[in-house]
Design a protein around this ligand. Structure first.
Ligand code: SF4
Length: 338
């Protein structure tokens, strides 16, 4: 069910209700998971001052109660380790914080990133944009107009990437407006949407949004961000099926994270679960060295060993490409395997 209808009241989208009810207090999260007496986890609560805690209840429901090492919990729970960062873990590892146009990043030749919205439904502790100055890059019509003017003036662009924050934080009517304008720019052929919102709140994939994608002349590619097979439940599969039947191409990118998915068996389960949900594994990113996230780091040699292990146990098309993003480079850089 995607909407709740009450007499004499406007229809309220279910996903918006869930968004208004996300957990922001580490104590509440730990209580729900019966971990509120765990001394090590309690010690990390103050890290919310570095980056707020934010997690939807639909995502918490997929965590194991009483398991301090739950791989979904580790991605969102504040940690005392965030206060100790090596010097090479910095606030802007990809040098993104000086944009030419507010909310627009032109890093690659044929495509630009439009930072549609600066917020997310979930705050992932390892996020490389956890220090990004979203206040200077607000997702609003004024900035979108500037970005769209830039796009019109750059005929080398054929693909627009909706990014953020999470671009699906924009409401359907806002996305619809953006898509309508992009459709009128002849050199734009594809729209790619990078999002974690349908993973953590699957009802974000509304019927109206699917219809908009289906009716568009643009080829639509939706790239989910899923790091562990436990994130994939029936509700997510249903949402992905809705998109697929409307002709949307589904890809996934993951981040290689210590204590979450740094294991061949776990990565194999993830690839299989993604494919069962109709999503093709695309990228496995090594962690960007962002301040506060060093405890998630998996080194390059270990990353290569994991991919080699994966190649030995699942079909080649299910093995994601192991890549790193290097500031200033015109594409992701693959890590060569030995
Ligand atoms: S959803 Fe994406 S942009 Fe948002 S906090 Fe998580 S990793 Fe960062």
């Amino acid at each position: 069910m995607t909407t709740i209808v009450t007499l004499n009241k406007p229809i309220i989208e279910d996903w918006l209700q869930q968004l208004a009810d996300v957990i922001t207090d580490p104590d509440e999260l730990l209580q729900l998971l019966q971990l509120d007496t765990h001394p090590e986890l309690l010690k990390g609560k103050n890290a919310r001052s570095l980056f707020p805690l934010r997690v939807p209840r639909a995502f918490v429901a997929r965590m194991r109660k009483g398991d301090a090492n739950d791989p979904l919990l580790r991605q969102v729970l504040t940690s005392s380790a965030e206060f100790t960062s090596p010097e090479d873990f910095i606030t802007d590892p990809l040098e993104e914080q000086r944009t030419a146009t507010p909310g627009l990043l032109h890093k690659y030749h044929n495509r630009v990133l439009l930072l549609v919205k600066g917020s997310c439904a979930i705050n992932c502790r390892y996020c490389f944009r956890r220090h990004f100055p979203y206040q200077d890059n607000q997702g609003n019509k004024k900035n979108w107009q500037l970005a769209l003017d830039y796009i019109r003036q750059h005929p080398e662009l054929d693909e627009i990437i909706f990014s953020g924050g999470d671009p699906l934080m924009a409401k359907d009517h806002e996305l619809s407006w953006l898509i309508d304008v992009l459709e009128k720019i002849a050199h734009i052929k594809r729209l790619r949407i990078h999002t974690r919102l349908p993973v953590v709140i699957p009802t974000r994939i509304t019927t109206a949004l699917c219809q908009k994608f289906h009716a568009s002349r643009l080829q639509i590619v939706l790239v989910t961000h899923i790091n562990h097979a436990n994130e994939i439940d029936n509700a997510l599969c249903d949402s992905m099926t809705k998109l697929k039947t409307k002709g949307v191409t589904l890809l996934n990118q993951s981040v290689l994270l210590r204590g979450v998915n740094d294991n061949v068996e776990v990565l194999a389960q993830l690839s299989n679960a993604l494919f069962n949900a109709g999503i093709l594994p695309y990228y496995l990113h090594v962690l960007d060295k962002v301040k506060g996230a060093a405890h998630f780091m998996v080194n390059d040699d270990e990353a290569r060993r994991l991919i080699n292990g994966l190649l030995g146990c699942i079909s080649g098309y299910l093995v994601p490409r192991l890549v790193r993003e290097i500031a200033g480079k015109k594409s992701k850089t693959p890590l060569t395997l030995s």
